[in-house]
Structure formats: C-alpha cells, structure tokens
Design a protein around this ligand. Sequence first.
Ligand SMILES: [Zn+2]
Length: 319
Amino acid sequence: MFYIGVDLGGTNIVVGLVDEKGNIIEKVQKPTCRERGIRRISDDIIRLCMSIIEKYNLDDMNLVGIGIGAPGTIDRKKGRIVYSNNIAVRDFDIVSYIRRKLGNLGKRILIEVANDADCAALGEVKAGRAKGYNSAIVITLGTGVGSGIVIDGRLFSGCQPGGGELGHQIIVKDGKPCTCGNKGCFEVYGSALGFTNMAREIAEKYPDSIMNKMVKGNLDKMNAKVPFDAAKQGDEVAVKLLDQYITYLAIGLNNIINAFKPEIILIGGGVSRQKESLIFPLRKKLKNMVFGGKMMTEIQVAALGSEAGIVGAAMLCEN
Ligand SMILES: [Zn+2]
C-alpha cells in the first residue's frame, strides 16, 4: 500500500509518494506563491498528487490516502486550516475542497490535514531517529518553535485546534513580545530567529567580539551559526551568549520533560545543524534541572529534516 504526503509550506508545496515503511519513493514540487490564495494553491496540490497517481497507476486499491501538513492552527477533526499566517489563510475547508475535486477517487480514499510540526514528529517516529520509541516530542527551532507530541505512537494535539504548541509556554515573565500576543514565550528566546536577534544585540554592544568580524561589520548578516563559530574560536562574548541561549532552551525543555517524561526529544531546524555543540551542553544543563531524579529522556538531533514533514503527513492516514 502507498500513501501521499503533502508538505504545504510558505515557499514550496512538496508532494511525495511514501511506502508502508516510510520511504519516500518520489517527490514533486512547485512554489507555493501564497499571494494567489488557498484555492489556487489547493488546485496545485491536486495537480501534483494526480501526477503521482497517474504515473504509478494508483487507485483506492493501492493508495490509502493523502495527508497534508500545513503551517498554523489546524482543525484536524474538521479538516480545516483555521488560521495560517505563513500561507495567508483564514478558515478554509481544505479536505472537502480536495475531496470534491478528486471526484470518485476522493470519495474512496482518506484525506487528512494536520499541523506541519505534528507531521514532522510523526515522520520521525515512523522513519527517523525516534523509530521504535513509544513517546517522542520533536521541537523545531526555526523562525518560531514548532512542536509535535507523539504518545503511545499516536499524535497528541489536545481537544481543540492549537493544542500541543509548546513554543508558546511562557518562560520569562514580562519578557519580549511574541507574535501570539503574549510576552516571554519560549519561541521568542528558543527559536533560531530569537537566537539570531540576541546575537545581533550582543555583537552591537561588544564591538570587539569576533562575531562582528565574521559578519564583516554588517549585523544584517548575523545568523544562528555565527555565535557557534565564534565560540569555537574562543570569543568570550559568543561563549556567554551561547550559554544564555542554551539555558533558555533548557528551561523550555525542562518544562516539557516534567510534563510528559517522553522517551526521546528530537531537536530539528537550522540550529540543530550544530549537533553536539548544541546538544551536549543542553543535556548537561537538563540533567541538573529535571524533576524526579535521573534524567531518562534522550535528547537527540532530528534525522529526517524537511522529509519528516512528507513522511509524517502521509502517515496521518494511519494515525
Ligand atoms: Zn507566544
């Protein structure tokens, strides 16, 4: 049996054919061009799916269904995108739309939609680094902090849309403002964007820091890699900044571990490319923080990267 997974992002729509083991057999993609509206975007999703369906002679006998991972607040039960800033959508019944346009095939296969971070978590459990684990939480450090929670092999996202959004736990009272309207959210301090902002502020304050040389004096060129590189060269300002950032991450993850005690937490997104330079000090801080004695939760870097979204979206059809 086969599944189709759709990763609907702000930049690209990627559609993949996925087998039962979670292998991606083929991938096709198109730019999202979000300004044209969700109906035309959905028409392209259908076109990409149909190109795969026709090429592999798929029908309801060998295709279980189509799963879509979309950014923002998703009502999976109703098959709706409630709100997505990323693709500029407010309340759209994407599942019914696609089902209708697929005609007879649409009536006979499953069509699902879920939050993209939830899909990434499911993908990691099905075919990535959390394979074989019962409880896993995937935290993606990007523009924001995405999160997906898998308990007993199933996605957990609460009883209403917007559940399981661990990036919006408040970790600093009266802290920096978050896009959600609150102040001091984990996302503001733990995301790659938050980290880059912190690096920019501190580099400006300490002009002698190597970080300034690395961006050739242009702080617009600051990214999440620069502080790690500067710290490796012994730049004290970068070392302190890194320690502060990893402390914020540890506070957020400590709350998550104490609430769920998952077997494994995977860190994904751009910052996770720093691998052990990030994970090793993070584990060390967490060991002294978590409640309930010895820390049993493994902390690892996510394995599948952007492909986790496609595999996980496909696996919505059996989860
Ligand atoms: Zn927030």
